[in-house]
Design a protein around this ligand. Structure first.
Ligand code: UD1
Ligand code: MG
Length: 480
């Protein structure tokens, strides 16, 4: 018997209850679409061929499938005539009839794990079954197909809710919809399906009774973890499953040695990677392909998307995307790292600082109240408080380059394109329009002028004038 696995992922349904212009299966939890979760599970179980059945919102769904995995075969089910029909269409879309086992899964069931599928496949092969059904015992089975067993407990049929008798509706073991089926049996069984049922559909589930009638063994893999069988039909279920996925992701990382101070206010996407002894403080979201190295501390109140954080770095109350933070670096509080920010080892992006497309070297510091965009700041340089790179001339963007170990004064404007050389200094309030050579001091602020008595003359009878007229504390000797 071939040990080949072919997966059929059903994704043609309408998703009306989402009330969305986006296809249901493209809604996301854990930073991945429902579809991506489903495709990941069948890929990880080792399916050699995967077929996706698309129908409703097919342009959107097909484009997403191609994007996720161009090797996935796509077939179109023009009319949704039932799950059995969907599988017929999928089999017709293959060049050759599949061998071995066919796994049928749904694109809107995101928590299903590859490991569950692997266990189910093992059981299926071990028992030599024609069909193995992934089932679960649920509190409220309304709407689901029920697993009908005989007195000895052998599975006899799946009865759809709408077709079930009262006695059958009392059964709490349900069909998750996920099946492993002997490929040869499937090809033959789906061609015999009929639509004489309450919904006038071709039910894939009817293949169970067919196997029983042919004397072929049918198995049920009962899953304790009901979450894995749950589908998303509306936004409430999307939020519920999203929260559960997050809880599982956090448990995984805590198990791997990550401290998560407040799991209730921490969100970590499925593709995020965290090393040991990372500490995540409350109110933190780590999204996309964010990767945090050992010993780093993130949060509180920080959102990072696709940010690589080096060993031992500290990121406090920060919003960042598509950025690299070096080992031992410090960011925030209240920093905004926009795409293309690269901070070197032991560097600092401090309080109320915005950066974009900026390389800030090892040990370099932008500590306070600055905007650094389209810039390169060399190793060990210090940028004074309140510095702005004026990168935009109204038409085009230009670059600012600051060399190594430069010391620029507070309240500077670097009018790009401009270069400040290695070891150069600038005075407070300098507007740097021309290049500053290495080792030079640049100042542009005018000399300070003093107009004695100006306030008494120009602003008489004001609090300022009175304050200026009073003898100081030191003169009256009233200091405490
Ligand atoms: C189906 C099962 C039911 C099971 C339930 C689990 C059948 C007949 N019934 O019920 O036993 O308890 O799932 O959720 O199989 N789809 C298509 N094309 C179609 C019809 C459906 O691609 O023509 C896809 C849908 O997009 C969805 C999946 O198949 O992903 C299941 O369809 P849905 O209508 O939700 O299943 P039910 O009929 O509720
Ligand atoms: Mg249906």
């Amino acid at each position: 018997m071939s040990d080949q696995v072919t997966a059929i992922v059903l994704a043609a349904g309408a998703g009306t209850r989402m009330k969305s212009s986006r296809a249901k299966v493209l809604h996301e939890i854990g930073g991945r679409s429902l579809l991506a979760h489903a495709l990941t599970a069948v890929r990880d179980v080792g399916a050699a061929t995967t077929v996706t059945v698309v129908g409703h919102d097919r342009e959107q769904v097909a484009a997403a499938v191609t994007d996720l995995d161009p090797t996935v075969v796509q077939v179109v089910q023009e009319q949704q005539r039932g799950t059995g029909h969907a599988v017929q269409v999928a089999l017709d879309g293959l060049d050759e009839a599949p061998e071995g086992v066919v796994l049928v899964t749904y694109a809107d069931v995101p928590l299903l794990q590859a490991q569950t599928l692997a266990e189910m496949l093992l059981e299926h092969r071990h028992a030599g079954s024609a069909v193995t059904i992934l089932t679960a015992e649920v509190g409220d089975p309304t709407g689901y197909g029920r697993i009908v067993r005989d007195d000895a407990g052998a599975v006899q049929a799946i009865r759809e809710h709408k077709d079930a008798s009262d006695a059958e509706r009392a059964i709490r073991e349900i069909n998750s919809g996920i099946l492993a089926v002997d490929a040869a049996f499937l090809s033959h069984a789906v061609s015999t399906l009929e639509d004489g049922n309450a919904q006038g559909e071709l039910y894939l589930t009817d293949i169970v009774a067919k196997a029983v009638a042919e004397g072929r063994p049918v198995g049920a893999h009962v899953l304790e973890d009901v979450w894995q069988t749950e589908g998303v039909n509306d936004r409430r279920q999307l939020a519920r499953l999203g929260a559960e996925l997050n809880r599982r992701t956090l448990e995984h990382w805590m198990h791997e040695g990550v401290t998560i101070v407040d799991p209730h206010s921490t969100w970590v996407d499925s593709a995020v990677s965290l090393a040991r002894d990372v500490t995540i403080l409350p109110g933190t979201q780590l999204l996309g392909a964010t990767d945090v190295a050992e010993g780093a501390t993130i949060g509180p109140d920080t959102t990072l998307r696709n940010v690589e954080v080096g060993e031992g770095a500290t990121i406090v109350r920060t919003h960042g995307a598509d950025a690299l933070i070096g080992a031992g670096a410090s960011v925030g509080p209240f920093a905004y790292l926009r795409p293309g920010t690269e901070l070197g080892a032991d560097g600092k992006i401090g309080t109320f600082v915005e950066t974009k497309n900026a390389r800030i070297g090892d040990g370099a510091k932008v500590p306070h109240l600055s905007y650094v965009g389209d810039a390169e700041i060399g190793e060990g340089s210090n940028i004074g408080a309140g510095t702005i790179t004026a990168n935009y001339d109204g038409v085009e963007k230009h670059r600012t380059t600051v060399g190594r170990h430069a010391r620029t004064g507070s309240d500077n404007v670097f009018v790009a394109p401009v270069t400040i050389g290695d070891g150069a200094f600038t005075g407070a309030g300098t507007t740097v329009r021309d290049d500053v050579p290495p080792g030079a001091l640049a100042v542009t602020a005018g000399e300070q002028r003093i107009m004695e008595g100006w306030v008494q003359r120009k602003r008489p009878d004001t609090a300022s004038a009175r304050a200026a007229a009073e003898p100081s504390d030191e003169e009256t000797g009233t200091r405490e």
